[in-house]
Design a protein. Structure first.
Length: 216
């Protein structure tokens, strides 16, 4: 049964792989699944046809036969659950991998998104200069804890899992801020994730859509 995801017609990041279709592409590549991409404009995302699949008018979505999903955590979980690859067989290890998926999305991604909000969406507000250090402090506190837990390990809990896929995807957003590089083991962890052939294919696929076109 064919799989179709949605992605930005033109991602605001110009192809840096930060739009969330990249993590879904990555999971699909890890599972060895072919997929189609339906590109949507910002206005199309708010139209009834897209809202019927994604009530919040966002990307990515995932369609497979009669199934339509939104939320990258749910999509990555569905892919790994049904098509294999990124969740361990052992029941306890599997539960821990799922725990790390939630940790990535619930405990690590929110402060990182706050930085984007403070810098970009609300960067012109009078409180930005005071707010930024608070937001950065919350990120550093969380990364310190994550860094301590990761230690010298390659991945969060044994073999690479869907938990690592989401954690690396979330941390990637921090690279441009310089904060990620303050934690050498986390920077190396993200680089290990990016070095995976499946990530490389996912990144190249989104770049093919979003790379700036040469002038002329
Ligand atoms: N929690 C959602 C977040 C989805 C999300 O924020 N998507 C962004 C692109 S990465 C989007 O569509 N932004 C445009 C908008 O909200 O209008 C998920 O993980 O799927």
């Amino acid at each position: 049964m064919g799989i179709t995801i949605t992605a930005f017609e033109k991602s605001p990041d110009g192809g840096k792989g930060l739009a969330r279709d990249t993590r879904v592409r990555w999971a699909l590549e890890e599972a060895g699944l072919p997929y189609e991409v339906r590109l949507v404009s910002f206005s199309a995302m708010k139209e009834p046809a897209h809202l019927a699949i994604h009530p919040f008018g966002q990307i990515p979505t995932y369609e497979e036969g009669a199934l339509a999903l939104f939320e990258t955590g749910a999509i990555v979980f569905h892919i790994t659950e049904n098509h294999g690859g990124l969740l361990p067989q052992d029941a306890d290890a599997r539960s821990r991998a799922i725990m790390w998926m939630f940790a990535a999305l619930n405990s690590v991604e929110p402060p990182i998104l706050d930085l984007f909000t403070a810098r970009v969406l609300e960067g012109d507000k009078p409180w930005t200069a005071e707010r930024l250090p608070l937001v950065q402090g919350r990120i550093r506190a969380r990364l310190e804890q994550l860094s301590t837990r990761l230690g010298n390990a390659d991945w969060l809990d044994g073999a690479f899992s869907a938990g690592d896929l989401l954690m690396v995807s979330v941390l990637l957003r921090l690279r441009m801020s310089g904060i990620l590089n303050e934690y050498a083991n986390l920077a190396a962890y993200v680089a290990r994730g990016e070095a995976r052939p499946a990530y490389q294919r996912a990144f190249a696929a989104q770049l093919a859509v979003n790379a700036p076109q040469p002038a002329g």
